[in-house]
Structure formats: C-alpha cells, structure tokens
Design a protein around this ligand. Structure first.
Ligand code: NAD
Ligand code: 6OH
Length: 484
C-alpha cells in the first residue's frame, strides 16, 4: 500500500500512526497517510525558520519570482500526475481537475511571481511645521513562518492560492492539507525540489484538526501567521487557538450564496450559468449558489429548465471524460448533505428534482454520490435557507421587485459571493453594489482575475487575498520616515 508522508526540511518523514486516504468514488483505500505528531510539526516549523535565516532569506524578489515560475512550469510538466492524484482524492471529474484545479495551481505561482516583481510600495512627502519636509516610504518584509491550513474541495488550487503569495513575499511555509485530500500537497513537495526551492521553505504536515497536526501548527509559538480556508466554525476554533499569541490571520470561510435571476436575463445562458453555480464540483465550492431567486414572470419556466439541466448531468466515474458530476468527498459529508435533504422535507420543501442517492449497479455504489437536488417552497426562515449545505442542491424562490430580491439575498449571516443575471446593465451595477458579499458576479460566476480582492464578510471570513491584498497580508510593511 502506498504511504503518503510528511515533508520536513526537504525530506519525506514517516510516522507509525497512519490514517487511510479514501477514494470517494468507490470507497476504496488509495493510500495510508502518516499523521504528523507534535514533534514532526515542531521540526517543520523549525526548518521553515532556519530556511528564512539561510539562502532563501537572502534572495531578492526577482530571484524568488523566477523560482516560483519554475514551480508553475514543473506543475505543468507533471500535469497528469497532479490531475490523477486530485481526482483519486476528491472524486471530481477528470475534466474539472484538468480545466480548473491543476491549471489554476500553476497560474497561482505565475500570478504572484509577476506581482512581487512589479509591486510598488507607498511613499509620501510630508510638510513639517518648521517649513521643512519628511519623506516616508514603506518596505516589505516577510512575516516569517506561515501556517497554511487548507480544505478538501479544491485542494491544490486553494493551497497554492496561499503558498504562492506567501513564498513570493519571502516567507517559509508549513502546510496542513485536509486529511481527506493529502496527495497533491505532497506531490507539490516533489515539484518544489525539482524547481530548486531551498530545503525547509515548503513543509507539509498531515493530520486532522483538534489534537492533531492542524492544532499543533496553529498553536505553535513560532508560527508567525495563520491563513485558513474552510468552515466558519473551524475558523472560530482557530481564532481561539491563535488569540493568545496575537498572530495575523486570514480566513476564507463558508457561504450561503444567492443568485438573482431577473426576467430580462439571457435565458439559456442564465440557466447554464446558474446550473454551473449550483452543481459544479458536486456543489462543493464555497462560492456555489444555494439560494436562487427568480423573478416571478419566468419562475416556472426557469425551474423547469434548471430541472432539465440537473436531469441531464452525467453522474458517474470521475475517470470518464464525459462525467460532469462525481461523488461528495466522504461518507460523513454525504450523511450531512442527506440530513439536509431530510430536514428540507420536514421544513416543507417540494423536491423538484433529486433528493436521493443514485444507484449504478457497480463499484460506484460504494462511493458517496447524491442526486442533484432542486427545492422550492421553503420559507426564508427555514434552516435549509440559512445554513451552508455544501452539496449539489439549491432552493429556488420567486420574487417580484428588485428591492425584495436584494433584501432576501442579503438576509444571511454569510457574505461571500452573489451572482446577478440580467440583460439590463444599469440594473446589474445597481444590484451588485447593494450585495453584502465579498464578490458579486453579473452574468457569470467563478470568473477569477487573480489580481482582484477575494474574501468574505460576516461568517464568510476575515481579510482579503488576491493581488496586492495577498502581498499585504503575507508581508510586514515597515514604514521609514526621514526628515529632510
Ligand atoms: P474544515 O473547516 O472542516 O477543514 C479545513 C481544514 O481545517 C482541514 O485541513 C482540517 O483538518 C483543518 N482543521 C479542522 N479543525 C481544525 C482546528 N481546530 N485547528 C486547525 N485546523 C483544523 O473545512 P472543509 O470541510 O475541509 O471544507 C469545506 C468548507 O470550506 C466549506 O464550509 C466551504 O465553504 C469552505 N471553503 C471556503 C472557501 C473560501 O474561499 N471562502 C474556499 C473553499 C472552502
Ligand atoms: C471555494 O471553494 C473557492 C475559492 C476560490 C478561490 O479562493 C479562488 O482563488 O478562486
């Protein structure tokens, strides 16, 4: 059986305690994973610290950028390995891993290589009371050792979204991938070596959250900052852990995102776009729309069309090119999603599509599939309308006026993303500007420019990453003032 090991100071490190890495498409065991104990996590942090004091710490931004570009190139050279590992760990269709996850990982390194080699800093000339002046300017220094905790839904994409800017700014990192998806973070270690990244700059520790590698990492006194993507309640737990040592944190958390569909939308494009926003990655994207609001004139037609789309989705083996939807990540997560399907029934929903578990009559019946599901008829106060389900499911409700749609969309404790579908551009701007969300898309969804601010409000997170915002999080700006 293959063993996935921790990666510390340029070496793969095993441990007696292991856990299984499961393929969610059929429930088979892919590998055993070495669980990092406190000592391994400590060694990883120490090796990161040592790396900053060594060759890595002496490199300038241009040299670091050149190394990051090599990492991007090596990800591309090993494209098929990354795709295969991501597909086996997550069950996502091979077409999705090939189009989204792995290309974005390479793009993350290239984007932050470009940014760090061109980014400026602020400077001001200040008039002083004595008629002279002062010049102030800021310089960028690394934070030090950055602890990166990543989720399972877009494992490599979301990990590299943080590793790339952290390294661009001169930090060394210790990453803890999700226990569900340990493979690609470990493959990335091989790529780091190939690209010539000095030992200790990139370390991987495997394990769980509480009482395991996640907690050991976040509570480590020599970790200078913690950046986390995952559930809001995990963010709250991490915040408590880091509070005593007052570490900078960046949190990208959950969502309960709305899509607002106006009667004047480009109908077919909108149905395809909303279907993607609901079902992509089996609904396991933090940006997915779980609440769809449709203007009453086109409500029945839209529900019918989305139902047809859901019915047409090809669910099956992630390894087949034509598969459009794979399983959920785990047995436990399927139990959670199915518990929401049951709750929706109790709360009075009508199931317009799905609600159950598909049967295949082959090994896929050992996997964690659920049917794409469309609900109607729930009151806005229902738990299914308030809590993040994180599965291939949405509720569709009608609205009459723009004001009503805005009020319903904003009636959530989350604030990550929204999408608006209309052919009236003035309305698009007007409604977008009223959304309480970190990002609002008009006539599109999950269209990303890596230079733009990304993050959430409320339960959806703290801080913004992307472009200069990432550089600002992953560096200490030191201000220098000179009297002239
Ligand atoms: P999760 O919070 O269960 O786990 C995320 C990571 O945190 C894992 O590596 C886990 O081992 C670790 N962890 C858990 N408890 C910990 C603790 N006490 N201390 C330290 N580490 C701990 O999230 P998940 O189930 O892997 O991912 C799905 C969730 O992530 C959804 O809520 C989704 O919306 C959210 N998400 C948000 C974004 C975003 O950018 N806003 C992106 C992707 C996913
Ligand atoms: C959440 O599941 C998706 C997050 C996406 C990003 O962080 C990104 O940079 O595209």
């Amino acid at each position: 059986m293959k063993v996935i090991r921790n990666y510390v100071n340029g070496e793969f490190v095993g441990r007696k305690r292991e856990f299984s890495d499961i393929n969610p498409a059929d429930g088979s065991v892919i590998a055993q994973v070495s669980e990092a104990d406190e000592e391994v996590v400590d060694r990883a942090v120490q090796s990161a610290r040592t790396a900053i004091r060594g060759e890595w710490g002496r490199l300038g931004a241009v040299a670091r950028a050149a190394l990051l570009r090599k990492v991007g190139d090596w990800i591309e050279s090993r494209f098929d390995c990354f795709v295969a590992a991501e597909v086996a760990d997550t069950g996502k269709p091979i077409s999705l891993a090939s189009k989204l996850d792995v290309p974005r990982a390479a793009a993350n390194f290239r984007a932050f290589a470009d940014l760090i080699s061109t980014a400026g800093v602020e400077s001001f000339q200040t008039e002083t009371a004595d008629g002279r002046s002062a010049l102030t300017y800021a310089i960028r220094k690394p934070l030090g050792v950055v602890g990166i905790i990543a989720p399972w839904n877009l494992p490599l994409l979301l990990l590299t979204w943080k590793v790339a800017p952290a390294m661009a700014c001169g930090n060394a990192v210790v990453v803890k991938p999700s226990e569900e998806t340990p493979a690609t973070a470990t493959l990335l270690a091989e790529v780091m070596e190939k690209a010539g990244i000095p030992k200790g700059v990139y370390n991987v520790v495997h394990g769980f959250g509480p009482g395991s590698a996640g907690e050991f990492l976040t509570q480590h006194p020599e970790v200078n900052a913690v950046t986390f993507t995952g559930e809001s309640k995990t963010g709250a737990a991490i915040m408590k852990t880091v509070a005593d040592s007052v570490k900078p944190i960046s949190f990208e958390l959950g969502g309960k995102n709305a899509a607002i569909v106006f009667a004047d939308c480009e109908f077919e494009e909108t149905v395809a776009g909303v279907s993607n926003a609901v079902f992509l990655n089996t609904g396991q994207v933090c940006l997915c729309a779980e609440r769809v609001y449709v203007q009453r004139q086109i409500f029945d037609r839209f529900v019918d069309a989305l139902k047809r789309k859901a019915g047409d989705l090809r669910i099956g083996s992630p390894l087949e090119d034509e598969t459009e939807m794979g399983p959920l990540i785990s047995k436990e997560h399927r139990e959670k999603v199915l518990s929401y399907y049951r709750l929706a029934r109790e709360e009075g929903a009508t199931f317009m599509a799905g609600g159950g578990v598909p049967q295949f009559g082959n090994s896929l019946d050992g996997g964690y599939f659920v049917e794409p599901t469309i609900l109607t008829g729930l009151p806005e106060s229902a738990r299914c309308m308030k809590e993040e389900i994180f599965g291939p499911v949405c509720h569709i409700a009608p609205f009459d006026t723009e004001e009503e749609a805005v009020a319903m969309a904003n009636d959530t404790k989350y604030g990550l993303a929204a999408s608006i579908w209309t052919s009236n551009l003035k309305r698009g701007h007007r409604v977008a500007q009223q959304m309480n969300a970190g990002i609002t898309w008009v006539n599109c969804w999950f269209l990303r420019d890596l230079r733009t601010p990304f993050g959430g409000m409320g339960l959806s997170g703290i801080g913004r990453e992307g472009g200069i915002h990432s550089l600002n999080f992953y560096s200490e700006l030191n201000n220098i003032c000179i009297k002239l």
